[in-house]
Design a protein around this ligand. Structure first.
Ligand SMILES: NC(=O)c1ccc[n+]([C@@H]2O[C@H](COP(=O)([O-])OP(=O)(O)OC[C@H]3O[C@@H](n4cnc5c(N)ncnc54)[C@H](OP(=O)(O)O)[C@@H]3O)[C@@H](O)[C@H]2O)c1
Length: 294
């Protein structure tokens, strides 16, 4: 059985659906946001993560639950530490106790963003509390020979928090302008492709860190690519700068990830923006059709 924490998040839900559709036994864990269409239960990991794993004895644990609110982590450091560090340590303890393989979803925010196109061997240096806690979570996973999959700027449809890619499509489809930052770079990653990466990873042994993210783009370039791909006017994308936004937590300027190892090893074109946007467009049209908007 494959236990997926954070099943109500953007990457968690798609991963659960993908693995279940391959006839694998999946159990998803949510806390405040129930999901439908996949086998899932409510469980507060802050109460007892080890007990959950001991009870269900999965073969694989894919740990995606976290406090993903970067500014929230800067304000509520205690809650952020408990979820991202202590829960991850307990998940690792539980996985070790039952002999389960552990795969952990981590982030580009472990890097300071001074250079970009980071490889797995590059030294992390977080500049915000979220990044620090995710890095400490990575250490717990690596200590028990687990797999750390770093992704970035997750976008897509499905359950989970609002995301830039989806907002761009929604606004442009209504003819509204989109303000997008010109001088901040990352690797926008489609949730559906994270699910593909997880499915492929299950088919092979791999210990250590793997970068599995989209191509290096600024938010402005990303929004323009969406507009072009969806045939919306690119003139609706308006440039803004990092200095125009007041974040609680500092953001890396260029935290893009080099995912060539994952592409070569798993054969998933995770860093191909056309491949990703084609999937997003198909999902968007299916959703619009299902809701009678298409
Ligand atoms: N967003 C990004 O761009 C990004 C980039 C890189 C990596 N990641 C990683 O992707 C994963 C998902 O993050 P997200 O940003 O999509 O955040 P999110 O929407 O806030 O998702 C957090 C997930 O954790 C679950 N969770 C939180 N507290 C819990 C608790 N006490 N017990 C059980 N489950 C709990 C939530 O469940 P409920 O909603 O049901 O409470 C939700 O499924 C995280 O590991 C994050 O570090 C995200």
């Amino acid at each position: 059985m494959i236990l997926i924490t954070g099943v109500s998040s953007l990457p968690g839900y798609k991963t659960a659906v993908k693995l279940a559709s391959a006839s694998l036994e999946v159990l998803g864990i949510y806390n405040q946001h129930p999901v439908s269409g996949v086998n899932a239960i409510k469980w507060d990991l802050l109460n007892d993560a080890v007990g959950l794993i001991r009870q269900y004895k999965p073969n694989v644990v894919i740990h995606m639950a976290a406090m993903g609110d970067v500014d929230g982590c800067e304000i509520n450091t205690e809650q952020c530490y408990r979820l991202n560090v202590e829960v991850t340590r307990n998940v690792a303890k539980g996985a070790y106790a039952v002999g389960a393989r552990l795969i952990y979803l981590s982030t580009d925010y472990v890097f300071d963003g001074s250079r970009g196109m980071y490889r797995e061997s590059d030294a992390p240096r977080p500049i915000n509390y979220y990044g620090l806690t995710k890095l400490l979570g990575e250490e717990a996973v690596l200590a028990m020979s687990g797999t750390v999959v770093r992704v970035a700027w997750i976008y897509g449809l499905g359950p989970g928090k609002p995301n830039f890619g989806k907002t761009v499509v929604e606004k442009l489809s209504r003819g509204e302008e989109v303000r997008a930052i010109v001088d901040q770079w990352g690797s926008p990653t489609l949730n559906t492709l994270i699910a593909e990466v997880m499915a492929k990873l299950l088919g092979r042994e791999f210990e250590g860190i793997l970068h599995a993210a989209g191509p290096r783009l600024s938010r402005f370039e990303f929004a323009k690519a969406i507009a072009e791909y969806f045939s919306f006017p690119t003139s609706l994308i308006k440039p803004i700068y990092m200095r125009d936004i007041s974040y609680k937590a500092p953001r890396p300027r260029d935290s893009s990830l080099d995912s060539s190892l994952a592409v070569k090893m798993l054969g998933v074109p995770i860093n191909d923006i056309k491949y990703a946007l084609e999937i997003l467009k198909r999902e968007w049209e299916t959703q619009a059709h299902a809701t009678g908007l298409g």
